[in-house]
Design a protein around this ligand. Structure first.
Ligand SMILES: C[S@@+](CC[C@H](N)C(=O)[O-])C[C@H]1O[C@@H](n2cnc3c(N)ncnc32)[C@H](O)[C@@H]1O
Length: 285
C-alpha cells in the first residue's frame, strides 16, 4: 500500500494503511462497497473535507468519530459513494421496456390496475426520470391520463444527498443534453442552467433513501427493476444475495435491467432468461 505509506504530495491530514482499512471495513459492513488499498488516495480525497469540517487533525480521529456517530457515518458514506449517472444512459434498457412491457402495463393502468417500477440505486434521478419519459413519450395529454392511474416509480439510493437532488429535479443544460429533444420539450421546464423536470412527471416518482443491503420496507412486487451500475462495487456473495432479493421482488414476466459490465451470479440465473443486453426476464419457477 505504497500510496498510503509514501504519498506523492504531503497530505493535510495523517492517513495510514490502518486508517484506510478501518474505513474500508466500516463501509463494507454498512453498504457493501469494496474499497481495496488501491483506492486509498481516492478515499483520502473524499474524506479530507469531512475531517476539516469536523475540526479534526487526522483521518484516524475521523474514523473513531464515524464509528460512534451515526449521522457523520452517513455523511462519510455519502462522500464515498460514486454517483456517476446520466440521462438515457444505456438507453437500450428503456427501449426494451417500452417495447416488451409497456403496452400491456399501460393497458392495465387504463383498466384501473396497478403498475410498480423500481429504480434501485437511482443516484441523482437521471435514471428514473429517463425511464418514465421513455415510457410516457411526448404526448402530454395521453401521459396525463396514465399518470392519473395507479402508477408508481420508486427511486432509491443509499446517499441522501443524491436523493435530495433527484427529488428537486433541477438540472443544468449540460446534464440535460442527452434527453431527446421531443421529450425535453414535453417534460423539461425552463431554459439553460435553470431547468426543472415537469412536476407532473416528478410527482409520479417516490424518491426514498434506501440501503440495498438493509431491510426493504416495500411490500408488493415490481413489474420491472433497474438496478444498474451499483453491483460493480460489491463482491460476489453480496451480488448473489442482492440479485436473489431482487428476483423475489419481481413479478413473473417482469424485467430486471443491470449495468453493462454486470452479470447475474449463481443460482439466481435459473430464475431469469436473458432477452437482451443485460436485460433479464423473470420466468416461472
Ligand atoms: C454509479 S451510480 C449508478 C446510478 C444509476 N443506476 C446509473 O446506472 O446511472 C451508483 C449508485 O449506487 C449507490 N449505492 C452504492 N451502494 C449502495 C447501497 N448499498 N444501497 C443503495 N445504493 C447504493 C450510490 O450512492 C450511487 O448513487
Amino acid at each position: 500500500m505504497s500510496g498510503v505509506a509514501a504519498p506523492a504530495r504531503p497530505r493535510e491530514f495523517a492517513y495510514c494503511a490502518a486508517d484506510h482499512r478501518a474505513v474500508a471495513a466500516l463501509v463494507y459492513d454498512s453498504v457493501g462497497i469494496l474499497l481495496p488499498d488501491t483506492k486509498a488516495q481516492l478515499v483520502y480525497g473524499r474524506l479530507a473535507p469531512r475531517v476539516r469540517a469536523c475540526g479534526l487533525d487526522s483521518v484516524g480521529a475521523y474514523v473513531a468519530l464515524i464509528g460512534r456517530d451515526e449521522a457523520e457515518r452517513a455523511r462519510a458514506i455519502d462522500a464515498l459513494t460514486t454517483n456517476h449517472t446520466s440521462f438515457f444512459r444505456e438507453s437500450h434498457h428503456f427501449d426494451d421496456f417500452v417495447e416488451r412491457l409497456w403496452p400491456a402495463l399501460a393497458a392495465r393502468l387504463a383498466r384501473g390496475g396497478r403498475v410498480r417500477l423500481w429504480s434501485a440505486a437511482c443516484s441523482s434521478g437521471e435514471e428514473p426520470y429517463s425511464w418514465l419519459m421513455a415510457a410516457l413519450g411526448s404526448d402530454r395529454s395521453a401521459a396525463k391520463a396514465l399518470l392519473k392511474g395507479d402508477l408508481r416509480l420508486l427511486a432509491t439510493d443509499v446517499s441522501s444527498s443524491v436523493i435530495e437532488t433527484a427529488r428537486a429535479g433541477r438540472y443544468t443544460a449540460q446534464t440535460l443534453r442527452t434527453v431527446p429533444a421531443a421529450l425535453r420539450a414535453a417534460w423539461v421546464r425552463g431554459q439553460g442552467d435553470d431547468a426543472a423536470i415537469d412536476p407532473m412527471l416528478r410527482d409520479a416518482i417516490a424518491f426514498r433513501p434506501l440501503n440495498l443491503l438493509g431491510e426493504w420496507p416495500m411490500k408488493g412486487r415490481f413489474d420491472a427493476i433497474c438496478c444498474r451500475n451499483v453491483m460493480i462495487y460489491f463482491d460476489e456473495p453480496t451480488k448473489a444475495r442482492l440479485q436473489t432479493r431482487l428476483a423475489d421482488r419481481l413479478e413473473t414476466g417482469g424485467m430486471l435491467y443491470i449495468g453493462h459490465s454486470e452479470r447475474l451470479v449463481g443460482a439466481v440465473q435459473q430464475r431469469f432468461r436473458c432477452v437482451g443486453r443485460t436485460a433479464y426476464l423473470k420466468v416461472a419457477a
